[in-house]
Design a protein around this ligand. Structure first.
Ligand code: SF4
Length: 625
């Protein structure tokens, strides 16, 4: 580098006597002579050096031609340190220096450590210095000399650790560390295969001697052989097991007792939880060193400039990660704009947790994983033809739709949840069919459409509110008309967490909104059907306050909303609630608020708050997520 900066050809020639130049001693001597002759050549000696390096008859190494081009480029202008570091890496790659440091001997290890320290040292100065400052080649070389003069370097002596899941994969090893040596895990508990019991296996083996059908005893014997294979795999074996899991004590594998009974006395060491990280030491890798420092918080240890800088960065990042305020006004404006069209699902998520609203309305994200097992049943109802006239016909339509739905959800929902749905859904759908047919007869309703848009249901799709025009885009699950009147009733399938005919307050708002969107009819009927609780609630509202006398039929799960607030009251409640929600949305502060809704939230894997809250982590098992 010095030769490049000073332009001294003799300095460059002297570099060829270095062992890193990868040239034979005699050849090196001749090459140095040829290079020195460039000084006497006509014109620029560096250009002449380039010719020589490209000349097949000369002994000057070809990589010097690369050096000449590198220098030309380097002299063409000032650059930031980051740019110089990139170029320095290129230079290293173009010379034999990298290859000379890549062997496995001690010298190569030392050279590689020194090379690593040189690059790291430049990176540290880049991190600490003014990143916009530009340096000429001469300044860069002076900077390198200043940094490298007294920089220490550490030879890392870590050897490889091979991870194997079978004794056969261990191979040649000086030490084997076997983890999880717990009773019930290794050996696993002897258990018969419930599909083919030991007795039947014996019988089949007698019938066909070429069939290999190991019994639970054969598998247990194989487990034991595996253990002894591990025990013989290396001169030194460490069997390790946790003493307890949480509050529960664990039992070490009985094989260890067998060893003792065979006269082998292991030595036992208890490693405490506090010892999980090694003590900080310069030979550790950067990440281990950061972990060790954070764990032990050893103030007497000097981690070095780079690690200290990284520590500072991590602390700063951790500090700002919990700062949920959005400083950028443009992003804030973007966050506070209402989605168009607004959906009831947006309002629901906003009520439950602003971060849910952010994920759904702003990022337009939906989880591939079903939110709730009952959604599967509700979807089956939505997809089935519900216009059948008898409960039996309706039931069979629903069951066919359920099968289709379940097969679509396979692989997306946890298997145990699907099994639960498979067991519980037929009963729920059967009750739905009964309820549906009874309702039509009792309340005089006839199906007019299914899965209809607001427009098709003769409902408004936009509402003026406080200077906004809110556009809703919803679908009505089933639309009915009232026999002998012009009234229509709309049914929506809802998940109600609270049992009882009063329904779910979450859902009430949505029902009010849908009711409010009605136009023209003297009476507006809105029906919520909860598949989980097997109940259906009808809310009749009229402009005047007088509503039709519909009757409860508790045995059939049909309930009439006792409240008969006139539409005007409903409207003012609804407007008040809506205004409150819109105020939250337009503040643009969509911070997560963990709580009971975390249990059914679609976004726990995105939400840091949930991951640190007990509700979220217990419910979702974030390790798996
Ligand atoms: S997991 Fe909880 S806190 Fe996080 S977005 Fe969902 S409801 Fe909000």
């Amino acid at each position: 580098l010095r030769a490049f900066a000073s332009g001294s050809i003799p300095d460059l020639a002297s570099a060829l006597s270095s062992p890193y130049a990868d040239i034979e001693r005699a050849e090196g001597k001749l090459a140095r002579k040829q290079i020195s002759s460039c000084v006497r050549a006509q014109g620029d000696p560096w250009t002449h050096l380039g010719y020589l390096a490209r000349d097949p008859d000369s002994v000057v190494p070809t990589w010097l031609d690369f050096c000449v081009s590198w220098r030309d480029e380097a002299l063409s202008g000032a650059r930031t340190l980051a740019d110089w570091i990139r170029r320095f890496n290129l230079l290293m790659a173009g010379t034999p220096w990298l290859a000379a440091c890549s062997g496995s001997g001690l010298v190569a290890k030392r050279d590689s450590a020194a090379q690593d320290a040189m690059v790291r040292s430049l990176l540290v100065s880049q991190l600490l210095g003014d990143s916009t400052r530009k340096l000429t080649l001469g300044e860069f070389v002076a900077h390198c000399e200043g940094r490298w003069q007294n920089d220490p370097y550490t030879i890392r002596s870590q050897t490889g650790v091979r991870v194997s899941t079978t004794p056969a994969g261990i191979g040649d090893a000086s030490i084997v560390i076997a983890l999880g040596m717990l009773e019930g895990r290794f050996p696993s508990r002897r258990a018969e295969d419930p599909i083919l019991l030991d007795r039947d296996r014996d019988w089949l083996r007698q019938a066909r001697t070429d069939w290999r059908l190991p019994s639970s005893y054969d598998r247990a014997a194989e487990d034991r052989r595996e253990f002894y294979r591990v025990a013989c795999a290396a001169p030194k074996i460490v069997f390790s097991y946790p003493l307890n899991f949480g509050e529960t004590p664990e039992i070490r594998t009985s094989y260890l007792d067998e060893l003792e009974a065979d006269g082998i006395t292991p030595s036992y060491t208890v490693k405490r939880y506090e010892d999980r990280f090694p003590k900080p030491h310069p030979s550790l890798s950067m990440s281990d060193l950061l972990g060790a420092q954070a764990w032990h918080d050893d103030e007497t240890f000097d981690p070095g400039e780079l690690v200290a800088h990284k520590q500072g960065q991590l602390r700063q990042a951790a500090g700002s990660a919990s700062d949920a305020l959005i400083a950028n006004p443009e992003i804030k404006r973007e966050m506070s704009a209402l989605p168009l069209p607004l959906r009831l699902a947006h309002l629901r998520s906003l009520r439950q947790c602003p971060f849910q609203y952010f994920a759904r309305a702003k990022l337009d994200l939906r989880s591939a994983r079903p939110r709730w097992a009952w959604d599967c049943v509700a979807n089956a109802v939505r997809k089935a033809d519900v216009s059948a006239d008898s409960a039996d016909a309706l039931r069979s339509n629903l069951m066919a739709a359920l099968e289709g739905e379940l097969s679509g959800w396979r692989g997306k929902a946890p298997q145990h949840e699907l099994e639960l749905v498979r067991v519980a859904a037929p009963k729920a759908l059967s009750a739905f069919a009964e309820r549906e047919i009874s309702m039509r007869q009792k309340w005089g309703l006839r199906i007019k459409g299914q899965n209809v848009t607001l427009g098709e249901a003769n409902l408004r799709s936009s509402v003026p509110l406080g200077g906004y025009s809110l556009n809703f885009s919803e679908r009505i699950d089933v639309l009915y008309e009232r026999e002998g009147t012009s009234d229509v009733a709309q049914l929506r399938l809802g998940r109600t967490r609270q049992s009882g005919p009063a329904g779910d307050p979450e859902f009430d708002l949505e029902t009010s909104i849908i009711t409010f969107l009605s136009k023209g009819q003297a009476e507006r009927l809105s029906i919520v059907d909860s598949l989980e609780s097997g109940q259906r609630l009808i809310s009749p509202r009229s402009v005047s306050g007088g509503v039709s006398k519909l009757k409860n039929s508790a045995s059939e799960g049909l309930f009439v909303d006792p409240s008969s607030d006139p539409l005007a009251t409903l409207k003012s409640d609804f407007v008040e609630q809506l205004n409150g929600l819109l105020a939250i949305a337009s503040r643009g502060d969509l911070t997560a608020t963990p709580g009971v809704y975390c249990q059914t939230c679609e976004y726990p894997a995105l939400c840091r708050q949930a991951q640190s809250s007990e509700v979220g982590s217990a419910q979702w098992g974030f390790d798996e997520e």
